[in-house]
Write a protein that binds this ligand. Sequence first.
Ligand code: TAP
Length: 499
Amino acid sequence: MTTYARPNTQGSLIDFAGQYENFIGGEFVPPIKGKYGEVRTPVTGQVYTSVARSTSEDVDRAVDVAWKAFPAWSRASNAERAEVLWKIAERIDEHREEIALAETWDNGKPIRETLGADIPLAADHFRYFAAAIRAQEQVSTQIDHDTVSYQFREPLGVVAQIIPWNFPILMAAWKIAPALAAGNTIVMKPASETPISLMILVERIQDLLPPGVLNIVEGKGSEIGTVLSRHSKIRKLAFTGSTEVGRDIALDAAQLLIPATLELGGKSPNIFFSDIADHDDGFYQKALEGFNLFAFNKGEVCTCPSRALVQKSIFDSFVPRAVERLGTAKQINPLDTDCQVGPQVSARQRDKILDYIRIGKQEGATVRAGGGPGELDGDLAGGYYIQPTVLEGENSMRIFQEEIFGPVLALTPFEDYDDAIRIANDTSYGLGAGVWTRNGNRAYRAGRAIQAGRVWTNCYHMYPAGAPFGGYKESGIGRETDQVILNAYQQIKGLLVSY
Ligand code: TAP
């Protein structure tokens, strides 16, 4: 076990500045109107720095600078751009611990997750898209003996990217890597709950990027998010966040007649078929772990397996064992490598989750585990902790239908295969799903029948580059984390030449 020293204290890997600016044109610049907002760490609830609170003038400035950088960046060869991405990956690896610590302090996610997943996955995304752009083929077709049709893939221009607070670094990597690989320049707005960790990353990579290629504007969604998403000089919108804001972004894109990729909310089912209990072996133990993965990243995951569907015949044996195991999940200082469940990102988010727990109880759900705020001592008592909670009820309840975005599991039994698929698909969302079974045929059929963009079988929460990720239904439009996303950052120029 290692406990990382808290930032701004002796021996820490990181000493935060008192104030963070915007990153525009390759340098850190103060917001034009000089406004700043406080930033709190969810670990203790205390203010630890402040950040630019930008206005429309800052957005205009970033967009203009990004357009100035576009001609040179878009004309660089794929090999040259790939080299920059590759070096960014190396730099992230080099500063892995520092960036992980910043991410944990900014967001509250346990250091074991930031060190073991978020930061290495972010680096790998840059490597993957460096390789993908090198491998992308340009097409030419012979029309007749003397005529050839050439298809060129061209970047779109300046793209706007708006990201959420639940995976600040990884969401930035998912968006920056393909957009830059394809030759676009970027204006990105991080979430105002988690504005700092990306700035730490940018500090580390700024010398690798030509000025203006990547610009970060800090501020509130309601103040500058809308300015960015309605900006007449933007050529594409990429958004991850709530379905509600996603709808507005789609309308803005329609108004501007530009493409938008949207990665939105979810209410993912995690289905446990009875054959998992045929033997009490390693597979069964893995399924018990799989049940509890709703608490990963304190449930603040768009694909959180927030509905557990357990076959009736094993319900009374499987659920108590899984819940007992959940009781051993450590909710301690997230800077401790043993911590498994960190604090929620904000007091607002914590209160929203506690409200949902109350709603579940009022609707008649039975509390099988947790059900209240986390109990931590000292200055951690000021953090936004919630006990991992299991509520048993029916799929028609609000706790089964609405995205809670916390460590709260809605649990219900099912009769047979058809019943499981019916309940799984009885949602307006379609982002992720889990299927646990020893039967390959059943796994395949369920995987095809569930209306979700990603179905994990006998595993969950794997997000490798090279596997497409995105939503069905109200969970979004488009697929990221795979080379198919390059199409969303490119347009095709056809050149028909008669020789
Ligand atoms: P959103 O409001 O959707 O925020 C996501 C991003 O959009 C943030 O950068 C936000 O900025 C910005 N934004 C907000 N309103 C905007 C607008 N009108 N125009 C343009 N940009 C805007 O999500 P949230 O408030 O952070 O969380 C609300 C709920 O969304 C959560 O409880 C959860 O259910 C869901 N959520 C889903 C995901 C994923 S990955 N699907 C991720 C995060 C949240 P500010 O941070 O400054 O508001």
